[in-house]
Design a protein around this ligand. Structure first.
Ligand code: NAP
Ligand code: ZN
Length: 350
């Protein structure tokens, strides 16, 4: 199925119009007309090969919302016209221990990412949501609850679930003391979700001037992480910290703000920590530094349903497809409130 999209052709080229083929729908597939696609910082990391393993041309995008155009003969959960979402993964082995528990993101045989991956069935490269349509196995498609604004729902498919999953895993609820490091796409969803779960929420930011927004988004307290005096006021305060900073940074000052038995979960940065982590405060306080990646399909649907019940969507700035390169640059300067979402009807015709 010939499809239009926007692709990066190398680590240092800008993205431009690209035609490619999607697979023909299998019996278990859903064909989705993409209406909106969020722009995740991971799209920049991948397009620029920050993590290695980039395959070009690359069509990024894993915060996909659209409507079902067609369903295969064996599809049971969706019908033409349904509002649906696709997140960061489009396949997994389906038989390992993780898949059996609905934790497809930890598939022991490796999940298939929505883009920059290889479909294990036909060996084709996967292309993401910066495109007009996508063909996805029903199992990896979720329902967007009625009443949720569709463009605002798109970022839930990555920014939402990536923060929801650790909040649930570490059992955040009424009275939990949660902190979020970094107010970007993931960070602003973490504030909204943690607040709606009943937690007392603090934002750590290096940017003065985000206080007003942070309070509106759910923060009860804002701590400027560059200010040692402010950092000292929250020593030993938090049960859970979700750290969304995309680049290497000193995690030790945040460990000091964990309560006894507290956990800091890295979701932003992948790689060796520098400066090194000091184990002494961890040992002496039964503290943990952990990591977490996106979420499985059952918890993605659970998060969307929660957002439907609580009227939670992302704060977005809708952009035209041709604005994507400028948007990457703005995102690198933290100049977005708080997620860019591409209106796919602006994808050029030729
Ligand atoms: P984003 O919108 O660019 O937000 C990142 C925020 O981190 C910024 O707004 C800024 O907040 C802070 N920050 C940025 N650069 C920093 C630096 N050099 N030092 C300290 N703070 C910095 O990015 P995002 O889309 O939320 O993604 C965040 C990270 O999560 C990316 O690395 C992305 O690849 C990753 N990610 C991981 C998963 C997963 O499953 N684990 C899923 C999606 C994304 P302040 O100005 O408030 O400090
Ligand atoms: Zn993402």
């Amino acid at each position: 199925m010939n499809t239009r999209g926007y692709a990066a052709h190398s680590a240092n080229s800008s993205l431009g119009l690209f035609r490619f083929d999607r697979r023909e729908a299998r019996a278990t597939d859903v064909v989705i007309d993409i209406l909106y696609c969020g722009v995740c910082h991971s799209d920049i990391h991948n397009a620029r090969n920050d993590w290695g393993g980039a395959k070009y041309p690359m069509v990024p995008g894993h915060e996909i919302v659209g409507r079902v155009r067609q369903v295969g003969a064996e599809v049971t959960r969706f019908k033409v016209g349904d509002a649906v979402g696709v997140g960061c993964l489009v396949d997994s082995c389906q038989h390992c221990r993780s898949c059996a528990r609905g934790l497809e993101q930890y598939c022991e045989n490796g999940f298939t990412p929505t883009y920059n991956g290889v479909d294990p069935h036909d060996g084709m490269t996967t292309f993401g949501g910066y495109s007009e349509c996508i063909v996805v196995s029903e199992k990896f498609v979720v329902k967007v609850p009625d009443g949720l604004d569709l463009p605002g729902a798109a970022p839930l498919l990555c920014a939402g679930i990536t923060t929801w999953s650790p909040l649930r895993h570490w059992k955040v609820g009424t009275g939990s003391k949660v902190a979020v490091v970094g107010l970007g796409g993931l960070g602003h969803m973490a504030l909204k979700l943690a607040k709606a779960m009943g937690a007392e929420v603090t934002l750590f930011t290096r940017s003065a001037g985000k206080e007003e927004d942070a309070r509106r988004l759910g923060a009860d307290r804002i701590v400027l992480s560059t200010d040692e005096v402010q950092m000292a006021t929250v020593k030993g305060a938090f049960d859970l910290i979700i750290d969304t900073v995309p680049y290497v940074h000193d995690v030790n000052p945040y460990v000091a703000t964990l309560a006894i038995s507290g956990t800091l979960v890295l979701v932003g940065y992948l790689g060796p920590l520098e400066p090194m982590l000091n184990s002494a405060p961890m040992v002496m306080g039964r503290k943990a530094v952990a990591g977490s990646v996106i979420g499985g399909l059952p918890e993605t649907q659970e998060m969307l349903d929660f957002c439907g019940q609580h009227g939670i969507t992302s704060d977005i700035e809708v952009i035209r497809m041709e604005d994507i390169n400028a948007s990457f640059e703005r995102m690198l300067k933290s100049d977005v409130k708080y997620r860019f979402v591409i209106d796919m009807s602006t994808l050029p015709a030729v």
